[in-house]
Design a protein around this ligand. Structure first.
Ligand code: FAD
Length: 473
């Protein structure tokens, strides 16, 4: 046994229920936590997450320090740093899994390296309720449909002996291992864009706990209804914290189970955690979907390459208020309401017929909660080319979606302030206002706010035609 332990920190920026950290501190006196920042993984790909990560590392460093653990930060390729460890260093290495094919491949590589070099190590369960290999059909094949998947997975989770992760132990002394450390602030995005994120979020483990309490106390019972209305703060907004492991999903699950009234809201919320499990199962069992359509017939789909439309979509300038509000919420806050993610996604792949991969890429760059499993699976769900997906021919009407889920236009007016004087009757179709009314409220459509870049009925018809063409090929 060695005397020193290194905990490789990734998407597990928490003290509570952190298996690797707990094991190391309870078995060693010298423990160092290491985050390896691979800049290439973030530059122009996950810009918003740089902000979240930087803030989170700062607060995690402070939290760890209370236990006499130093959080060290180096900039490198993860495998390059870890394979510099030699057996003479007398270090044991511990980490928690991430259920993404590329991360699991790294584990495989490290297992071989550490075994060959006689370095002690152990990998712990990651931030999912169940490891994806455990949820399969009776014939051993993976599920492609959510409902039977979740019925099986939930039951398995309930049947198993509850896991208990002991608390981390306070050490006597702080240890430092790496000399080439970088400053956490170096991770911040270069653009000033991130400045405004501070108005909306405080990324830390303690904040994650507050979100859980708020969900359980104030939101879960009405979640079944409220979760569809973007103007209401009716969902947990826990996703960025879950993504960075500031809360463990098993702990979140346990907190939910304490709710006395198991209402429809409770059920629906638990089901959403099921969708997260389902996405992870999909990308691991069908890793080809990380590169392209799961349903191969979509490889021939006549996508349109239109840079002007794509920019209008990204900038929230499509002329459809509910779509524009969503895209602006995303850019401003690093998060977007789930119903609106479906609306803007549908608009991109159906009204504009732009490949879902463009949307996936943009969300990846802007979302704090971006994770490979949910983002790819959900984009393919929206586009109709994934597992258990919304059929392509079911096309959201952005006007009706707005009128149904944002009747008073509260959400639209918050994010598209140039429409603040538009009467409710026209808030989701402002171009229908007579010119004299537009003039009276000083909101000229085509000048102060764009005209729709496509006409809904025509775009819908073209999308359906494109879809039909798939069947002929
Ligand atoms: C096109 C598109 C892209 C998406 N990309 C992502 C992504 O990159 N990362 C991400 O975490 N979610 C993604 N989602 C799913 C969903 O929109 C977010 O998880 C949710 O809006 C997060 O807000 P919340 O925490 O308030 O969710 P709540 O409604 O409070 O749900 C609780 C948790 O359940 C999980 N969850 C909820 N809905 C889904 C879902 N449909 N699929 C999988 N898990 C779900 C999330 O972990 C969420 O935090 C995407 C959805 C769409 C339509």
């Amino acid at each position: 046994m060695t005397i020193k332990a290194l905990v490789w920190i990734r998407d597990d920026l928490r003290i509570e229920y952190n298996s690797a950290l707990s094991f190391a501190t309870n078995n060693f006196e010298q423990v160092t936590a290491l985050y390896i920042y691979d800049k290439e993984k973030f530059d122009n790909k996950r810009e918003a997450q740089k902000w979240w990560l930087s803030k989170s590392l700062e607060s995690f460093k402070n939290d760890l320090f209370k236990f006499n653990i130093n959080l060290e930060l180096v900039q490198d390729k993860e495998l390059d740093t870890l394979t510099k460890i030699k057996s003479k260093d007398e270090i044991s290495v511990y980490w928690n899994k991430i259920y993404e094919p590329s991360e699991l491949k790294k584990d495989e590589y490290l297992i071989k390296y550490f075994q060959n070099n006689k370095i002690n190590f152990r990998i712990f369960k990651g931030n999912n309720l169940l490891e994806f290999q455990k949820v399969v059909k009776n014939d051993g094949t993976p599920f492609k449909v959510f409902t039977p998947f979740w019925k099986n997975a939930e039951q398995k989770y309930l049947d198993q002996v509850p896991r208990n992760v002991s608390k981390i132990r306070k050490l006597n002394k702080v240890y430092k291992l790496f000399n080439n450390q970088i400053n956490i602030k170096q991770i911040l995005p270069e653009k000033k864009w991130h400045k405004k994120f501070e108005n909306y979020w405080n990324p830390s483990e303690s904040e994650a706990k507050k979100y859980v309490i708020d969900m359980i106390k104030n939101k879960i019972q009405s979640y079944g209804v409220n979760r569809d209305y973007p103007g209401i703060n009716g969902t947990s907004k826990i996703s960025p914290f879950l993504r960075h492991g500031q809360i463990n999903v098993e702990n979140l699950w346990k907190s939910c189970q304490k709710v006395k009234v198991k209402s429809d809201g409770f059920r629906k919320y638990i089901n959403e955690l099921g969708w997260r499990e389902f996405s992870h199962s999909l990308i691991n069992n069908f890793p080809e979907m990380l590169k392209g359509n799961l349903r191969k017939e979509f490889d021939k789909f006549p996508w349109v390459n239109n840079k002007v439309f794509l920019s209008a979509w990204k900038e929230g300038q499509t002329g459809y208020p509910i779509v524009d509000a969503g895209m602006r919420e995303l850019y401003e806050t690093g998060w977007m309401h789930n119903r609106i993610r479906m609306v803007v996604g549908s608009f991109l792949v159906k009204h504009l017929r732009i490949n879902w991969k463009e949307g996936e890429k943009y969300f990846r760059n802007c979302l704090f909660d971006f994770n490979e499993a949910n983002n790819v699976a959900q984009w393919q769900w929206v586009a109709g080319c994934g597992a258990d997906a919304a059929p392509y021919f079911r096309i959201f009407n952005p006007i009706l979606q707005g009128e149904k889920f944002d009747k008073e236009g509260l959400y639209v007016k918050k994010w598209v302030p140039e429409l603040s004087k538009v009467p409710n009757k026209f808030i989701h179709k402002p171009w229908e206002m007579e010119l004299k009314h537009q003039e009276a409220i000083k909101t000229i459509i085509g000048k102060d706010y764009p005209k729709p870049i496509v006409i809904h009925e025509k775009a819908r018809a073209s999308a359906l035609e494109a879809f039909q063409s798939l069947k002929k090929k």
